[in-house]
Design a protein around this ligand. Structure first.
Ligand SMILES: Cc1ncc(COP(=O)(O)O)c(C=O)c1O
Length: 306
């Protein structure tokens, strides 16, 4: 459904490429690194957004929902991808955008408005409460017949998308040892933890700073049922959306050396963590590591001075 571009050409790239990066820095420790290039799946719906929405959109079409209600910040990758998907499926979309101004502007919002989404705003304080039971009741009453997709596309059914991502990896690399991904709402990591094999490990790298993150993610995704995963919380670079020059320098350097553009909000922080793990010899020799590029490159447009 998202395959065609304006000239009718199919531009969805699945399975996404799995590319090995060679460098003595990790190869000398007998570590091999592959990048799962989900950023290349589609020019608009890429990365974990594709994986999450791929299973939700058919659900929407098959269950007679009248529309979709979802949430995000003014540069939200999820809002961007969802607006395109809803346009392709001909489904009305209302986006509740976190903002203290009544008509927020961003390149992302310009696109979603062009694609027909209704953009409404919700002040930051209320936004934090959007998933509480009373607020959910209020959303349902206000948008009857709508599918409510949480921020980040992190609906419980979106986890299934990561099963196919991991299967694609194992088709090429039958015995990966460690998967690395960035963490926001935790759905991507939770999907990988849920669908990993016993011998496989998952390392999630938090893009946000929160003293209750581990507890919150455990509670939301019931992760304590599973073994073989770690949440790294020390590479958030100051918190969600913070992009200090040290991080931007790393991401730019990485692109120059390996010809892969990362986004600084999520995958840049996770890749930085991989480098730190190598530097401190925290990955066992002989490991085959798969780094999931979760896309989000449209978000660069929201980064000041870029
Ligand atoms: C590009 C990108 N990578 C990673 C994440 C984090 O994924 P999750 O929210 O599933 O933890 C997001 C946000 O959802 C994102 O937009």
């Amino acid at each position: 459904m998202i395959g065609a571009n304006s000239t009718g050409e199919n531009v969805t790239r699945l399975p996404s490429p799995l590319v090995e990066l060679k460098d003595p820095f990790w190869n000398n420790q007998e570590i091999r690194l592959w990048v799962k290039r989900d950023d290349l799946i589609h020019p608009i719906v890429s990365g974990n957004k594709y994986r999450k929405l791929a299973f939700l959109m058919p659900e929407l079409a098959n269950n007679g929902y009248e529309g979709v209600l979802s949430f995000g910040g003014p540069n939200s990758n999820h809002a961007h991808a969802l607006a395109w998907m809803c346009r392709c499926y001909g489904v009305p979309l209302t986006l509740m955008i976190r903002s203290s101004v009544s008509h927020p502007q961003s390149a992302t919002l310009e696109d979603v408005r062009t694609w027909g989404a209704e953009v409404r705003t919700i002040p930051p304080k209320q936004y934090r409460e959007k998933d509480t039971i009373p607020m959910m009741r209020a959303w349902r009453a206000r948008y009857p017949g709508y599918l409510i997709i949480p921020e980040g596309g992190s609906h419980p059914k979106s986890l299934l998308g990561f099963k196919s991502m991991m299967e694609e990896v194992r088709e090429v690399l039958p015995k990966p040892d460690l998967f690395i991904c960035p963490v926001g709402t935790g759905a991507t990591m939770a999907g990988m933890i849920k669908y990993k094999r016993d011998r496989e490990q998952v390392l999630g790298v938090s893009a946000l700073k929160s003293s209750t993150l581990f507890k919150d993610l455990n509670a939301r995704w019931k992760l304590d049922r599973f073994q073989g995963w770690t949440l790294a919380e020390q590479w958030h670079f100051g918190g969600y959306g913070k992009t200090p020059s040290s991080l931007l320098k790393f991401v730019k350097w990485f692109e120059e050396v390996y010809s892969i553009r990362l986004d600084p909000i999520y995958s840049g922080k996770a890749m930085f963590a991989f480098f730190e793990y190598v530097k401190y010899q925290l990955i066992p020799p002989g490991s085959q590591v798969v780094f999931l590029h979760t896309g989000g490159l449209q978000g660069w447009r929201g980064i000041a001075g870029q």
